[in-house]
Design a protein around this ligand. Structure first.
Ligand code: BGC
Length: 577
């Protein structure tokens, strides 16, 4: 963006800000859900600045219905005294994953395995188009955490444990999402969660990190510098604490480091209900500009902040800083001229050119960990192949959390191709499906056994959390799928579907070929194209791979920078044909 254009925007921001009442300013700082009771009235009467869609009631059935609902809300905002348009935000973290029928890409950990920045940029561009097509101009993505412990339930939302890989893919992702921001096919991106989300002790979501200031600076902050340099429109504060100080109250990091030190001039958005969770106005004083004032928080936030101004515990200059940032991004997005979504984009949702890129991402993300006696690539002439495991026959299971639903789905979803369907497209021989390895198919030439984790998101995926029975290894049942075929002397190709490296040392030993396939999203047929040799493997491990559960007894996992634990495979490992 030219500096001339920037200056004009700054002038417009100041002109508008000077006309605003305190109520209107606090309104701009408020974010609500589109289906909450009185959402329409609140937009008009409480001057709401942005709307979020995540888990919960859908805005409608079809993409057109979604657009219509958001157009209706936008009209409410435009009818207010100053007519400031709304931002519409969505958790589109691997494609527009909240809309059934959208192209759903592999999760970031898989993109970390591709190390392909052009591909990541392309994926972000498509995500922007499909998000705009469903009515959004803001996405809460990319997650640029550096996971230090694989027990964390959000490892898959991040690209890699490597700061360097994360930097490279962050740059591509922000570029792809935002373009020059004023184009109606692009969206504002959000780098999240600032900072230390993936580096809490023992991998607890929202826990405390005891890393030193030096380590935070060296390993965790530099992807944010990259994002800010790419003019990322927003940064989201994190649920975790650093040395006991909650990030939502951490003025030194939020304001001094991010806003002042890095020159970040965009919006600092809170995470879910942070105002009530982290001491009200301390959140604002630390530097947060937009508050997710959802699920009953709106009144407390708006009244509480007004009170803070009145009693002097919050300065007016802090409010003005927040509103300037919000208006600046709205001008940069061109929302004052172009507040409504474009109906023509709807035809692009889930189209074949988008799915083609998603399939490429699946192929490039697969990491071959073992290939004994060159079992792979498989011949398309094989007479009989048995496919095992419920993960083989479910696009939901192959996609992980944040797929259609917040916690993901166990069954198939619209527009997706599952692994089994993909395999059937590739071979001339017979394919039989033996979901639970019950036997009967010991005459097969090869068994493709698909095992792994069930979908999860956020703290539901933390290992050791009381909400689940997750372990850092496969369930007994899945271990037995592999054993059953191994004991009958059938050659086995094991495909691991997981949001993180798991301890599978014994299963790798038992199998002839072993592939880490991550969470691949809607295009499950990408896998078959590599297994049958139409394409070679090119994925490289984005994390070092643990050899035993013991490796996780410490605060952090066997990361490549910590030499005290030797991994089974180093980061960067991956075989080829
Ligand atoms: C998550 C964020 C997400 C937000 C809005 C939070 O619980 O931590 O990553 O963007 O919800 O859905």
């Amino acid at each position: 963006m030219s500096s001339n254009k920037d200056m004009q925007i700054e002038e417009k921001v100041e002109a508008l800000l000077s006309q605003m009442t305190l109520e209107e300013k606090i309104g701009q700082m408020s974010q609500i859900r589109h289906f909450e009771e009185s959402a329409d009235a609140h937009i008009k009467e409480k001057f709401i600045g942005s709307v979020i869609h995540t888990q919960g009631t859908l805005p409608g059935k079809t993409a057109l219905d979604w657009q219509k609902r958001f157009i209706q809300l936008q009209k409410e905002a435009l009818s207010t005294r100053l007519g400031i348009p709304l931002l519409f935000a969505v958790d589109a973290v691997h494609g527009q994953n909240t809309y059934e029928g959208a192209t759903i890409f592999p999760h970031n950990i898989a993109l970390g395995a591709t190390q392909n920045e052009n591909l990541v940029e392309e994926i972000a561009k498509i995500t922007a188009i499909e998000s705009q097509a469903t009515g959004f101009n803001w996405v809460f993505s990319p997650c640029i955490a550096i996971p230090y412990n694989e027990k964390w339930g959000r490892v898959y939302e991040a690209f890699s444990e490597s700061t360097e890989i994360t930097e490279k893919l962050t740059r591509a992702s922000v570029r792809g999402h935002q373009g020059d921001l004023s184009d109606s096919k692009t969206v504002m991106a959000t780098a999240k969660h600032f900072v230390g989300d993936g580096a809490t002790d023992f991998g607890v979501e929202g826990g405390n990190t005891s890393l030193s200031t030096y380590e935070i600076k060296e390993r965790l902050l530099s992807p944010y510098k990259v994002a800010v340099k790419e003019k990322v429109g927003a940064v989201m504060a994190s649920f975790n604490s650093i040395s006991g100080i909650s990030m939502h109250n951490h003025k030194a990091l939020l304001t001094d480091t991010l806003k002042v030190g890095m020159n970040f001039d965009g919006i600092l958005v809170s995470d879910w209900k942070a105002y009530s969770r982290f001491n009200g106005n301390d959140v604002i004083n630390a530097g947060v500009d937009v508050v997710m004032a959802v699920d009953g928080d709106l009144e407390d936030f708006q009244d509480g902040l007004a009170k803070g101004i009145k009693d002097g515990s919050v300065n007016m200059s802090r409010i003005d800083d927040a509103v300037r940032r919000i208006l600046r991004q709205k001008f940069r997005l061109g929302l004052f001229e172009n507040p409504f979504p474009n109906e023509e984009l709807i035809a692009k949702i889930g189209n074949s050119s988008h799915r083609k890129i998603a399939k490429q991402a699946v192929r490039e993300s697969l990491v071959l960990l073992k290939n004994k006696d060159k079992l792979l690539p498989l011949s398309k002439e094989m007479k009989k192949i048995v496919v095992v495991g419920e993960h083989a026959n479910s696009s939901g299971l192959q996609s992980g959390g944040w797929t259609i639903d917040w916690q993901g789905k166990d069954d198939n979803y619209k527009g997706a191709t599952n692994i089994l369907e993909g395999l059937k497209k590739q071979t001339k021989g017979e394919i039989v499906y033996d979901k639970n390895a019950t036997g009967k198919h010991y005459d097969a030439d090869v068994a493709i056994i698909v095992v792994g984790e069930k979908p999860y998101a956020e703290f539901f995926g933390d290992i050791g959390h009381e909400s689940n029975d997750l372990e850092l290894t496969l369930t007994k049942e899945h271990q037995n799928y592999i054993k059953a075929y191994k004991e009958k002397g059938i050659k086995t190709v094991v495909i691991l579907i997981s949001g993180r490296p798991l301890v599978v040392t014994d299963q790798i030993d038992q199998s002839d070929a072993f592939v880490a396939a991550w969470l691949m999203g809607s295009e499950g047929d990408g896998l078959a194209e590599v297994l049958f040799g139409d394409y070679n493997f090119s994925g490289k491990l984005p994390h070092s791979w643990p050899k035993s559960i013991e490796d996780y007894k410490q605060k952090y996992g066997p990361n490549f920078w910590d030499n005290s634990v030797k991994p089974l495979f180093e980061i960067g490992y991956g075989l080829k044909y």
